[in-house]
Each structure stands twice: as C-alpha cells, then as structure tokens.
Ligand binder design. Structure first.
Ligand code: HEM
Length: 408
C-alpha cells in the first residue's frame, strides 16, 4: 500500500454507513485521490468535483469491462456477461450503438406521457397502507413504485413483479449477511434466476410482441442484427435494475433527509412548486449511487499528483463530489432553495443517466404525494437506528424505513 492508501476497515465503518460525509470531507481534504482496499476489489477513489468531472469524461478511463484484459473478472466475476455486458460496461462506439437503441423510449416527451399512470400507481400504493397510520416505506412504496413503472415500460407481466423484486432485492442488499460466502451464493443464485427469467421473457416477446421496450429491442435484434441475443438480455437487465433500484434508494434517502430537517420539510409542504428543485438538492445531498460504476485505467494516469497505474480500477465518488465546498456553499446543509452548482448525481459524460426524466418524474410525484397525503409524517425510529445497507455496499440506501402518520 502507498501513502495514498486507506484500508477498507478504516473507511467502511458503522458510522460511515450512517453518515459517510465527514469521511468523504477528510478524504477530499487530505487524500483527494486514494487507493482503497475494499472487500470487493481495490480501487482508486476520486473525491473532488473538478476531478470527478474530468475522470467521468477521461477516455483513458475505460468502461469496457468485457474487452481486452477481462477486467469484469475482478468486478463481477465469471459468467457475468449474460447480465452485465451492456451499455454501462462498454465504450464508444459500442456504447453509442447500444444506447441509441433505447434512448428514444426514455426521451423526456415520451416519459411525460406516463405521468397520469405514475400518479395512479403512487395513489394505489398510498391507499393500501394509509388506513394503518404506519408504513414500512421501502417495501410498501419506494421499491414497488419504480419497479411497477419500469416493468410496465418493459412489458413485464404484472404477476411477475413480486418475484422480480425478490431477486433484485437479494442483489441490492448483498453484503448485509454476516457470512460473505452466503451472500455471494445468494447473489449468484438470484442472478441466474433473473437471467433465465429475462431470456424466457425475450422468447415470449418474440412469439407475442407487444407495445413495449423489450418487443422493440427484439425487433431490432431480429430485423437487422444491430443487437445480439446476449446484448438484448443484458440491456433488459440493465434497464430493469438501473430503472428501479437507484430510484427506490433515492426515495428512501430523500424522505429521511426531509424528515430529519423539519424546517425544509415544512418549506416544501407549504411550497409544492419547489418540488422539482427540491429533488435535485435531495439527490445532491444524499444520492443512492455513492460511487459511479468502475472505470479501468488503460494507461498510467495522474490525478492530483497521484499516479494511477494502468489496469487499476477507478471509482468516482459522486456523493463526495456533490459535497465539495468549492462548488456548494455549506455543502452538508440541506437547502431546498439552493442556487447554483450542478451536481453529478446522474453522472456526467457519455454514460449520463439514460433514465433521468423518468427518475425525476417518479421522485417528484412520489415525494409530493407522501407529503400531501400523510399528515404528521415522522420516522418511527431514531435516524441512527435506521437499518441501512452495509457500509461497503455499492448502493446507499435503507433496508427498512418505518414511518408513522395521522389518519384522522
Ligand atoms: C434517482 C434515480 C437515479 C439515479 C440517481 C441514477 C444515477 C445514474 C448514474 C450516476 C449513472 C451513470 C453511472 C456511471 O457513469 O458509472 C446512471 C446511468 C444509467 N442509468 Fe440511471 N439513475 C437513476 C434512475 C434511472 C432510471 C429510472 C433508469 C431507467 C431505465 C436509469 C437508467 C440508467 C441507464 C440505462 C444508465 C447507463 C447509461 C449509459 O451507460 O450510457 N436510471 N444512472
């Protein structure tokens, strides 16, 4: 280990899981580029906003995990191509080809047409728990909302939504078990089942096409071979997983942030027109994807005077960059009226989030409905007792979010 190295045991503590921002501030101040040995793989972490933007657009930092070097082996392990060889893990021109095929379906105008249906789903979910005066918001709201929306877009039959949530939750919560080998086995099993399910679904859509994204992808695959069968299944997996998991964690984090900042909660309740800027500030404040997906240095590169050797894994710490005081005044404060500063919560560069319009719409409608329909909404446990995903998880989110409210 070099002078810029931090052992995982020092970084990924219980305190870090509750509030990682003091540790991020220390890293940004003292070792803005440092090598962290994590239980999953060692990586160079980049924490300042200027470096983050430079790294996310640096062609020497490749996303082609399945190209020469077989870098996927260190990150996803063997037999992972069937689900992970998709646009997120590729570079242009392959990336552009894979992204172009689905980008139209997620264009802002298309997504806006879904608004009434999203409102309907949100209302149905709230109706189901409202009479109880309490809810576990992750399982009853934050997870099913984006899952139902993305499943409808993809054309996944309604009867299968619960099963899909079961499998994807195993992946989201991995690392929570006391025995890492149990965890790994459960994740592999869930991935295998997801792969079989999605491959069957693709076969079904080929036989009985519908007005949905998977049918359109099958058509592109069969008509001119612009997409291989494996790419088709891996793209479907990416849309399903990225399309619900980040939004689910974001909804949970956003509600905790609001419920722990009563002045901001009151401000938003009194001024619902602030919802769209509030969603951006909540994403900056505590985003669901703390570190962008791994990049690989294709040659030796230097950031902040630290040499990152060729072949290294590089992680851009989005949540640290979004708290960089050089870009955001008083960065650890939630300020729904914040002016200026652009966050990287949806990424930056060619891999910028494809589902940004959908994510924003779901968050605005979802958070708006919870505030409007649940008077006296409060956490049912203290903030530091909330059951969170493990500190070294690639996701920042909650396992459970118990809340109470008044019904009368
Ligand atoms: C609050 C919710 C969301 C957040 C915070 C978020 C964040 C991100 C980030 C940071 C990236 C870039 C990752 C990187 O460069 O390593 C990304 C990429 C992506 N996101 Fe999202 N996302 C959200 C919701 C969604 C939704 C609803 C979809 C719908 C399908 C989606 C689909 C994608 C896809 C397909 C990519 C890969 C794009 C590419 O490689 O070109 N995301 N997202």
């Amino acid at each position: 280990m070099t002078e810029h190295a931090v052992p995982a045991s020092e970084l990924y503590t219980h305190e870090f899981a509750t509030d990682p921002y003091p540790a991020y501030a220390r890293m940004r101040d003292t070792t803005p580029v440092c090598l962290v040995g994590s239980p999953r793989f060692d990586s160079y972490l980049i924490t300042g906003m200027d470096d983050a933007k430079a790294a996310l657009t640096d062609p020497r930092l490749s996303k082609d995990l399945y190209g020469p070097g077989e870098h996927y082996l260190r990150i996803f392990g063997p037999n992972s191509a069937s689900l992970n060889k998709n646009m997120l893990n590729s570079d242009p021109p392959e990336h552009s080809r894979l992204r172009r095929l689905v980008s139209q379906a997620f264009a802002a105008r298309r997504i806006e047409a879904l608004r009434p249906r999203v409102v309907e789903i949100v209302d149905e979910l709230v109706d189901a728990f409202f009479p109880h005066g309490r809810s576990e918001l992750m399982s009853e709201f934050a997870i099913p909302l984006p899952m139902m929306v993305i499943c409808e877009l993809l054309g996944v039959p309604e009867n299968d939504h619960k099963q899909l949530i079961g499998w994807t939750e195993v992946i989201r919560k991995s690392g929570a078990s006391r025995r890492p080998e149990d965890d790994r086995a459960a994740v592999q099993q869930a991935q295998l089942r997801l792969h079989h399910y999605l491959a069957d679904l693709v076969r079904d859509k080929r036989a009985h096409p519908g007005d949905d994204i998977i049918s359109a992808l099958v058509d592109a695959c069969d008509r001119d071979g612009t997409l291989s069968e494996q790419e088709l299944v891996a793209t479907t997996f990416l849309l399903l997983f990225a399309g619900h998991q980040t939004t689910a964690d974001f909804l949970g984090n956003a509600m905790v942030a609001l419920l722990s900042n009563p002045d901001q909660l009151a401000l938003l309740r009194a001024n619902p027109e602030l919802l769209s800027s509030a969603v951006e500030e909540l994403l900056r404040f505590d985003g669901p994807l703390p570190v962008a997906s791994p990049r690989i240095a294709t040659e030796d590169v230097e950031y902040q005077g630290v040499r990152i050797p060729r072949g290294s894994i590089v992680g851009v710490v989005i949540n640290a960059a979004n708290h960089d005081p050089a870009h955001f005044a008083d960065p650890d404060k939630l300020d729904l009226c914040r002016q200026g500063g652009s966050h990287v919560g949806f990424g930056y560069g060619v891999h910028y989030c494809l589902g940004v319009s959908l994510a924003r719409m779901e968050a605005q409608i979802g958070i708006g409905a919870l505030l409007r329909r649940l008077p006296g909404l409060r956490l049912a446990v203290a903030v530091d007792e909330l059951h969170r995903l493990p500190p070294a998880s690639p996701f920042r989110g909650l396992v459970e979010l118990p809340v109470q409210f008044t019904t009368g």
